[in-house]
Ligand binder design. Structure first.
Ligand SMILES: [Fe+2]
Ligand SMILES: [Fe+2]
Length: 286
């Protein structure tokens, strides 16, 4: 047996052992107490995270639908149970990010317009894009989320200057994205399994994910009067390439997705979940 297939078998075994509990959190966001540039007093970093947050409520719903629509093809009871946990977690993420986004609305960002666009687009996708392709989109975005979550949890520069009210939410979301990072992927492999669809979708998703995040962020920076400030652009270069160096640090894991024998648990970071669980007890398991 080759080393590669050993790695894949190991990853699958880790995946099968993952428990995915839904957790009810008790976040409270008080926009009056949170500075607008809540992430390290840095306009670029704050608006980047805000742009991501705007993708979640509708995005998570699309993920849940795509996975649900393939459930009839899954006869593995362990995976079926993980899917139920995945749906619980994503539903709660969507709700918590909607509350976060309500803070952004209070800061006079055009959140209603963004939400309307997101909703219409997902409706359009459900009508016109086959379920198998939407599941491939889900896998690609779950991979993005998982590798960024890993940065939130392991790179102190990524979270050091965050306001505690938002930091808690991002850390919790990162933990659950880590826990369930392989669920949509395992469903895809069992129910669809097409390699080329998976990787071509990743290329497509990378383009549109970066484009959309940039557009939302540009709107926020414009609203803040920071769009044409050279300092903002320096903050951006620093953020992507120097510290926390997001692009540089996720690149290798991102590229692993293109391997034929890829599995999300080849990046084994279960210890992060364990560590968070020993620190954090202020939730109710559902
Ligand atoms: Fe999520
Ligand atoms: Fe997720």
């Amino acid at each position: 047996m080759s080393t590669t297939s050993n790695a894949l078998q190991q990853a699958r075994a880790i995946s099968a052992g993952m428990k995915i509990p839904g957790r009810k959190m008790a976040f409270e966001f008080r926009p009056d107490d949170i500075p607008r540039h809540w992430n390290d007093n840095d306009a670029f970093k704050s608006t980047f995270m805000n742009a991501l947050s705007c993708l979640f409520p509708e995005g998570e719903r699309m993920f849940m639908d795509a996975v649900r629509e393939h459930m009839h093809l899954i006869d593995d009871e362990v995976l079926a149970e993980q899917v139920r946990g995945f749906i619980k977690q994503e539903a709660i993420h969507g709700n918590e990010h909607a509350l976060y986004n309500a803070c952004l609305k209070k800061w006079h960002y055009p959140i209603d317009k963004i939400n309307r666009f997101e909703k219409n687009e997902k409706r359009w996708m459900k009508k016109w894009i086959p379920a198998s392709h939407r599941l491939a989109v889900t896998c690609a975005l779950e991979h993005f989320t998982a590798i960024m979550a890993n940065q939130v949890l392991t790179n102190p520069d990524a979270t050091a200057g965050m306001h505690p009210q938002f930091k808690e939410l991002w850390r919790w979301h990162a933990i659950e994205e880590t826990e369930h990072k392989a669920v949509a992927y395992d469903v895809y492999q069992q129910a669809v399994g097409r390699y080329w669809l998976r990787v071509l979708t990743m290329i497509n998703v990378t383009f549109f994910f970066c484009l959309r995040t940039s557009i939302y962020q540009t709107i926020f920076l414009w609203k803040d009067g920071q769009l044409f400030n050279p300092k903002t652009w320096w903050q951006g270069i620093r953020f992507y390439f120097i510290r926390p160096a997001l692009v540089r640090r996720i690149m290798r894991q991102y590229l692993d997705y293109f391997r034929r024998d890829f599995h999300p648990w080849m990046h084994d970071n279960r210890e992060l979940v364990q560590h968070w669980l020993t620190e954090e007890q202020s939730f109710k398991t559902l």
